[in-house]
Design a protein around this ligand. Structure first.
Ligand SMILES: [Zn+2]
Ligand SMILES: [Zn+2]
Length: 375
C-alpha cells in the first residue's frame, strides 16, 4: 500500500497546536493502521497543550497528543494474521519491551523501555492518536465486543488506571470505598469499585456540580461537597486541616460500625486530600494514590503505620484491557458512557483544548470527559 494522507493535530509548543496534513506510511510488519474514531483528552494532554511539557517531560520536537483511543483497522502489515481490515479495536498506548524482568513478571507498566503514545519521555517522541490514522503494533490492540462503542473503548485507558488501582487495593464485594475527586478518573474509580461489589461508595470534591453528577448518575451512593477554605499557612496547619476534613467525612458519610473506609482512592493529587485520605482509611485499610500533581507531599505517616494502613502507588496499568473490555461487554459498567459530556471533531481540536482548559463548553455546560474524533 502506498502512502496515505493523514490529518494530524501536532503540538509545536505551548498553545501552538497545528492541524497538519501529512503522509503516513503503510503499517510496518506486525502493525495495523487504525482510523481513529475517538480519543479522550485528559490532564496530561492538557498539561502538554498549556505548557509544552508535562512535569519533567519537555517537548523537544513537534508531537501528536492523545493516548485514550479506539478506531477501526484500515490496513495490516506483513505477518499479521489475527487481525483484519474492518475490525474495531481499542489502542493500548504504551508499547513495552516485553523482554525485561518487569515485563516478564506482568508489571510491564514499569518497563523502563516503555514507549507511550503522546509522551515526550522518550526521544524521538512517540506520536499519539489525535490524527486520523495511526500505525500501531497489533500486540497492543484489543478487539472490541460488539456492544462496546468507540467512546467506551477510548474510556478503557483511564478505566485501566483505576482497574489497576482496584487490583492493587484488592477491592472486594461488600467493601466500603471512598473516592477523593469527582472528575472523570474519580467517577471511573467509583464505577470499578461498584463493579467489584463495593456496597458503600462515597465521593468527595469541592465542585458541587461534579458531586451532584456522580450521585445523580449512580456512580456514588453519596457525596460530600468539601467547603472551599483558604490555603493553610504552614505545613502543620495543613495537616491539622486535613485531619479535621477527614473527621467531617467520616462523621457524615463514613461506614457504620467501622473506623473508616476499607479502601480510599485518592484521585485529586492535592496535598491536603492525600493527607485526609490516610485518616479516612480504616485500621488495616488501604489508600491508593492515583492523582498526581504534588511530587513532594508531607504525609502523616504515623497515622498510616500505627494503624497498618497500606499506602499504594499506581502508575498506569498492566494487563487491564481485556478485563476492562469484558466489563463493558458484560454490562457491568452501566451508564459509564454518560461521562462523555463533550465531543469535538478532529478539525476543531484547538477549540476542544480551549474548552477543556475552561472546564466548560461554549454553552457553559460542565465538561466531565471530552472526546475528539470522527464526529
Ligand atoms: Zn490520559
Ligand atoms: Zn520491559
Amino acid at each position: 500500500m502506498s502512502e496515505q494522507s493523514n490529518l494530524a493535530a501536532v503540538l509545536h509548543g505551548a498553545k501552538d497546536l497545528r492541524l497538519t496534513k501529512r503522509p503516513i506510511s503503510a503499517p510496518a510488519p506486525g502493525e495495523a493502521q487504525v482510523a481513529i474514531k475517538a480519543t479522550g483528552l485528559c490532564g496530561s494532554d492538557l498539561h502538554y497543550y498549556i505548557h509544552g511539557r508535562n512535569g519533567e517531560y519537555v517537548l523537544k520536537t513537534p508531537m501528536c497528543l492523545g493516548h485514550e483511543s479506539a478506531g477501526i483497522i484500515t490496513a495490516i502489515g506483513e505477518g499479521v494474521t489475527d487481525y483484519k481490515v474492518g475490525e474495531r479495536v481499542a489502542i493500548e498506548a504504551g508499547v513495552y519491551c516485553g523482554a525485561c524482568r518487569l515485563c516478564k513478571t506482568g508489571r510491564y507498566n514499569l518497563c523502563t523501555k516503555m514507549r507511550f503514545n503522546s509522551s515526550a519521555k522518550v526521544f524521538p517522541h512517540q506520536d499519539g492518536s489525535l490524527q486520523s490514522l495511526l500505525n500501531h503494533p497489533v500486540t497492543h490492540l484489543h478487539k472490541l465486543p460488539d456492544s462496546c462503542s468507540y467512546e467506551a473503548a477510548a474510556l478503557v485507558e483511564p478505566l485501566s488506571v483505576v482497574l489497576h488501582a482496584a487490583r492493587r487495593a484488592h477491592i472486594a464485594a461488600g467493601q466500603t470505598v471512598l473516592v477523593l475527586g469527582a472528575g472523570a478518573v474519580g467517577l471511573l474509580a467509583l464505577a470499578v469499585a461498584k463493579a467489584h461489589g463495593a456496597t458503600h461508595t462515597v465521593v468527595v470534591d469541592i465542585n458541587e456540580e461534579r458531586v451532584k453528577f456522580a450521585v445523580d448518575e449512580g456512580f456514588a451512593t453519596s457525596g460530600y461537597v468539601l467547603p472551599r477554605t483558604p490555603r493553610p499557612e504552614t505545613s502543620a496547619a495543613g495537616l491539622e486541616a486535613a485531619k479535621a476534613t477527614a473527621g467531617d467525612i467520616l462523621t457524615g458519610y463514613g461506614p457504620v460500625d467501622s473506623d473508616g473506609f476499607d479502601v480510599v482512592m485518592e484521585c485529586t493529587g492535592v496535598e491536603t486530600c492525600m493527607q485526609a485520605a490516610i485518616h479516612t482509611a480504616r485500621p488495616g485499610g488501604k489508600v491508593v494514590f492515583i492523582g498526581m500533581g504534588t511530587p513532594n507531599a508531607t504525609l502523616p505517616i504515623s497515622a498510616a503505620a500505627f494503624r497498618e494502613v497500606d499506602l499504594l502507588g499506581v502508575f498506569r496499568y498492566a494487563n487491564t484491557y481485556p478485563d476492562a473490555l469484558a466489563l463493558f461487554g458484560s454490562g457491568r459498567l452501566p451508564g459509564v458512557e454518560k461521562l462523555v459530556t463533550t465531543r469535538f471533531p478532529l478539525e476543531k481540536v484547538n477549540e476542544a483544548f480551549e474548552a477543556l482548559l475552561a472546564g466548560k463548553d461554549k454553552d457553559g455546560n460542565m465538561i466531565m470527559k471530552l472526546m475528539v474524533g470522527d464526529y
